[in-house]
Design a protein around this ligand. Structure first.
Ligand code: AMP
Ligand code: GLY
Length: 420
């Protein structure tokens, strides 16, 4: 059973469907696309007791958790206590994602490179620190804020407004902020399967967070991603050298896994490093305690190893088998509802041409009463194409995007522009 209902979960279901060991997949709650490969179960991802009852009643051999909300709700702890096999981080381990302050302290203690920072709860003290420092500066709310907790302030006024929001207005809850040095350089995502102290890195990918071409417009959950063939090295990204990749694994992911194990909150699931290649080396922007979305949708199609074996090893606490990756470039383009990440309409009919020919992961779709496919979210579909070169992957991906008809969707035309 896969828990979640977006593009990431569709990619996980698709990877499981490729395993000869997997006979039947359930997905809760799933979506209209996932329904083609799994039986969807109408349970919310945070309905831990409902999911547990379902898993017990249906003798589910393995549960795999996508969303952070379910992990933070303690689904892994609850399933394990009931003797059920589950892949994902424990509630305690999700602090690496949910608390910026916790993540920062851990990194400093473990010698992991990240932006210099200080933590504040007092508005006046925070403002004085910002005034004494340099602009731009970065202000992060200490807690899960649905992706809206980070403000890169280009002016003192913006910084003050952010501090006011987070510390005085109680917009997100109890006020605590991390104020960070502004770093520059290309960002990338490196995920690993982690089992206590064992770290099995995946190939790296790059996300595109802004809504519009040329990195213009507001921040989104991600509008597209890509990972490159091994032609330019082992990382999966041509701007990340083999030495960069080794550094990211041995000096960032491994020490974090060790520090979490030392703190008696061992990792068991995916550790996601949001990293930046700065002029003074690779540094951490953030960690997530789960598969990234939309990175997973381009990374997992490259996995040749049986993902069921990996999930079971991590769930059982036994050594993770070696992973093999396809030597191909993969591009994914997100098709989102017009207006996203602001307000948008739902229910627009979608049709996909019969000769579509590529992978398509559903992020936010459902079946209308007449059985037709309609939009049901901000990010709706992700079209995925793999090929020996990025250029060919891009050509195929955008040709496939043209075969999706819906009058309320938009997409970026410049995914992987750095490579192309
Ligand atoms: P986060 O939610 O921590 O990933 O932050 C969201 C985005 O803010 C990141 O993807 C970066 O583009 C930007 N950002 C976060 N921290 C910094 C930093 N210290 N310097 C520059 N940009 C940052
Ligand atoms: N792509 C960023 C995330 O999954 O948080």
């Amino acid at each position: 059973m896969v828990v979640g209902g977006g593009g990431r979960e569709h990619a996980i279901v698709d990877a499981l469907a490729r395993s000869a060991q997997v006979e039947k997949i359930y997905c809760a709650p799933g979506n209209a696309g996932i329904a083609g490969q799994a039986e969807c179960v109408p349970l919310k991802d945070t309905d831990v007791e409902g999911l547990l009852a379902f898993a017990s009643a249906h003798s589910i051999d393995l549960t795999v958790v996508g969303p952070e909300a379910a992990l933070a709700a303690g689904i892994v702890d609850r399933f394990r206590a009931a003797g059920l096999k589950i892949f994902g981080q424990t509630q305690a381990a999700t602090a690496i994602e949910s608390s910026k302050d916790f993540a920062k302290q851990l990194m400093v203690a473990a010698g992991v490179p990240t932006a210099a920072y200080r933590t504040f709860t007092d508005f006046k003290a925070a403002l004085a620190y910002v005034k004494a420092g340099s602009i731009p500066t970065v202000i992060k709310y200490d807690g899960l804020a649905a992706g809206k907790g980070v403000v890169v302030a280009a002016t003192l006024e913006e910084a003050e407004a952010a501090l006011r929001d987070m510390l005085l207005d109680g917009r997100y809850g109890e006020g605590k902020v991390v104020i960070e040095e502004f770093l520059t350089g290309p960002e990338f995502s490196l995920m690993a399967f982690v089992n206590g102290r064992q770290v099995r890195p995946m190939v790296a990918a790059q996300d595109h967070k802004r809504a519009f071409d040329g990195d213009a417009g507001p921040n989104t959950g991600g509008m597209g991603a890509y990972t490159e063939s091994f032609a330019t090295g082992k990382s999966g990204l041509s701007f990340i050298s083999d030495a960069d990749y080794d550094f990211a694994v041995t000096k960032i992911l491994q020490p974090v896994a060790d520090a979490m194990a030392d703190a008696s909150t061992p990792l068991s699931g995916v550790l996601y490093g949001g990293l930046m290649k700065t002029p003074s080396g690779i540094k951490v922007i953030e960690f997530n305690a789960r598969f990234g979305d939309p990175e997973t949708e381009v990374v997992l199609p490259r996995l040749e190893s049986d993902i069921y074996d990996i999930f079971v090893a991590v769930a059982d606490g036994t050594p993770i088998p070696e992973t093999r990756w396809k030597d191909e470039s993969v591009m994914g383009v997100v098709m989102a509802s017009k207006g996203y990440p602001g307000s948008y309409a739902k229910g627009a009919p979608i049709s996909v041409a019969p000769d579509f020919g590529e992978r398509i992961y559903h992020m936010g779709t459902k079946r209308a009463e007449d059985g037709g496919l309609v939009t049901a979210g901000g990010r709706v579909l992700m079209v995925i194409a793999g090929a020996p070169t990025m250029k060919e992957a891009a050509r195929r991906c955008y040709a496939a995007v043209e075969k999706v008809s819906c009058d309320n969707l938009f997409y970026r035309r410049d995914i992987a522009k750095y490579v192309l």
